[in-house]
Design a protein around this ligand. Sequence first.
Ligand SMILES: Cc1ncc(COP(=O)(O)OP(=O)(O)O)c(N)n1
Ligand SMILES: Cc1ncsc1CCOP(=O)(O)O
Ligand SMILES: [Mg+2]
Length: 234
Amino acid sequence: MTDFTDEELALDPHFADQFEQGFRPTCQLYLISPPSIDDAFVGQLAAACDGGKVAAFQLRLKGLDEDAIARAAEPLQRLCADREIAFIINDSATLAHRLGADGVHLGQGDGDPRLARTLLGPKVQIGVTCHDSRHLAMEAGEAGADYVAFGAFYPTTTKPTSHRPDPSILGWWTTLFELPCVAIGGITADNAAPLVAAGADFLAVSGAVWNCAKGPQAGVAAFADVLRSRFDEA
Ligand SMILES: Cc1ncc(COP(=O)(O)OP(=O)(O)O)c(N)n1
Ligand SMILES: Cc1ncsc1CCOP(=O)(O)O
Ligand SMILES: [Mg+2]
């Protein structure tokens, strides 16, 4: 049995049920937006979510001010609320607070998670980028993060990356800590299996869904089998 709090489990309510049954939940999809979007994107997000279970959606828009991100967020946040998908804002705890988002993702240069917690309160999810660093992950956990994110596991064109963790960092983390861990960076349905097997609680995915030749619905659907695999092996 574990002593995960409701807050720790809130990124996906099914986590709680599965922990109560005595095992670490199956891996879930954490969808990340493209770095820029247009008005058609809400339809693409709806299509993606029709493709299979999406536990969380992160609005990660780069090069826009907070007012512009807030305008873009409105229909997307509504869609996520309707479908019970956690709506996470990237980079800015103040914007997450302003929007009443379910969570915020903070990189190492995006502010102190402790200050974010003071602003956002206990119920809002705070995720922290930890690159390939066990030290950063333990620090994030001590600072009260709700999840830690490791990556980039694979090369990606979505952003320049300089850290390339080994999947074993996921197994190390999940063996020692109950706090969920997220794997990110160049993840596709074809290369995700070692990350799921190593213990990732979430796969954070952008390009493999939005650049899928068959569309975002097929992009999400392609992950179904690999996400089930840890559950099947348990
Ligand atoms: C789930 C998740 N993990 C890592 C990141 C990267 O955050 P950061 O290092 O701040 O880089 P940017 O995304 O801001 O370019 C993330 N966004 N989400
Ligand atoms: C935001 C971020 N942080 C590390 S890699 C990455 C990009 C994730 O996008 P993709 O799934 O397209 O590699
Ligand atoms: Mg950031």
